[in-house]
Design a protein around this ligand. Structure first.
Ligand code: AMP
Length: 394
């Protein structure tokens, strides 16, 4: 894998205290240099300390938490030693996939336990004996209550994208799980943002966590060129068509705020374009899986998605992100644009955010978050009103 981001680093995985066999396995997978989060997170986590990392998808964070917990595993038994909780099914799959890459083929039993998939198969897999369970809180609790899944042997619990899990409303489930885990465990928490709810969770369930912050601002803005377009709400679709024609994206995600909007746009484009698909929470899991697969394989070039499902997508070929609707929460902006210009891609991605007349403040909040002025991309005739004055806060 060629990666400008990783190759800028001169550190090696051996420097982080990993065993030579693992260093070699990582090198075989193309992981030669640890990313920033890996350099900062792995040593304390490997020492068994609780760690709280502020970092987002695309920075190598999955390996940052999986490498140390896997290194600390005891002998395999019936019950899992590692539990990773994720907000979505897609992210759970990706974490499991990345864990398999790191662990070496077939060395560890890694199972995904998520809603929307046949329960029986998951019960069977867990009851056969597993080392690592990755899943969404609801289904994890389901299996725990059925006594198929035991927490009694857990050495480490990871809360991945904790802020998003809380946003979705998983707080009671997360608390239930953590209360039922052995107290003598390691807890790792990864979150793109640290709102008070995440801090509260950390102070209740973690022991003096080591804090690792890799600035979300730098990650996104260094690899993605960002623009905003002023647009009249009624002219968003012509603007989107214009951008697709001009930019000719290799692969693009168009983000909408609601499932309904995503579906409406999809219906509109389905007849005009080939290789277009939609991904939102109303679709059955089997359909979501098919869409993700086609997107990963490059068969789908335009994906119309909502934030929840769009968030965990880790596909290296995405050249463009189009925020058809400006995100409701500024943090989502960073998540959305982080889908483009991925680590494994050598080219820089481009992100366009559609801003209507009443959304100037929302754009300003985003600019403060990413700590830069986002330049305007002018498309004559589609911005039916006078663009707002330039801001100068940054
Ligand atoms: P993540 O932030 O975990 O979603 O990782 C983003 C991508 O970077 C994934 O495709 C990983 O396989 C890849 N990756 C993670 N760590 C490294 C590394 N040290 N060297 C090269 N690629 C990596």
């Amino acid at each position: 894998m060629t990666s400008e981001f990783f190759d800028q680093s001169t550190a090696t995985f051996a420097d982080l205290g990993l065993r030579p066999a693992l260093v070699k396995r990582l090198a075989d997978r193309g992981y030669l240099h640890p990313s920033e989060i890996q350099q900062k997170f792995i040593p304390p986590a490997l020492a068994g300390l609780d760690c709280l990392g502020q970092s987002q998808t695309g920075t190598g964070k999955t390996a940052a938490f999986m490498i140390p917990v896997m290194e600390r595993l005891g002998d395999s038994g019936q019950d899992p030693q590692i539990l990773v909780l994720c907000p979505t099914r897609e992210l759970s799959e990706q974490v499991a996939e990345e864990s398999r890459k790191i662990s070496g083929d077939g060395k560890l039993e890694i199972t995904v336990v998520v809603g929307g998939r046949p329960l029986r198969k998951q019960i069977m897999e867990v009851e056969r004996g597993v080392d690592v369970v990755v899943g969404t809180p609801g289904r994890v609790i389901d299996l725990f209550k059925r006594k198929s899944l035991s927490f009694s042997n857990l050495k480490a619990v990871v809360l991945d994208e904790a802020d998003r899990m809380l946003d979705i409303g998983f707080r009671p489930d997360m608390e239930f799980i953590l209360k039922n885990c052995p107290t003598e465990r390691q807890t790792l928490l990864l979150s793109a943002t640290l709102p008070p709810e995440v801090e509260r969770l950390a102070s209740r369930f973690m022991k003096d966590p080591i804090r690792v912050d890799i600035s979300i601002k730098n990650v996104a803005s260094d690899t993605v060129e960002q623009f905003y377009c002023t647009v009249d709400p009624s002219r968003k679709i012509p603007l989107l068509i214009h951008l697709l024609r001009e930019e000719k994206p290799k692969q693009a995600i168009v983000f909408c705020r609601t499932r309904r909007k995503a579906d409406d746009l999809y219906q509109l484009f389905r007849d005009r374009l080939k290789q277009v698909a939609t991904l939102h929470g109303d679709l059955p899991q089997s359909k979501r899986d098919r869409v993700m697969k086609s997107f990963r394989e490059g068969k789908v070039r335009l994906l119309i998605a909502t934030d929840i499902v769009g968030r965990g997508i880790d596909v290296s070929g995405i050249s463009h992100i189009i925020n058809f609707d400006i995100p409701e929460h500024s943090d989502d902006y960073v998540h959305r644009i982080g889908r483009a210009g991925r680590l494994s891609s050598s080219s820089v991605g481009r992100a366009f955010t559609f801003v209507t007349q009443d959304q100037g403040n929302e754009l300003t909040r985003i600019e403060m978050l990413v700590n830069r002025m986002i330049p305007e991309y002018k498309v004559e005739g589609l911005d039916h009103y006078t663009p707002r004055p330039r801001r100068r806060h940054v």
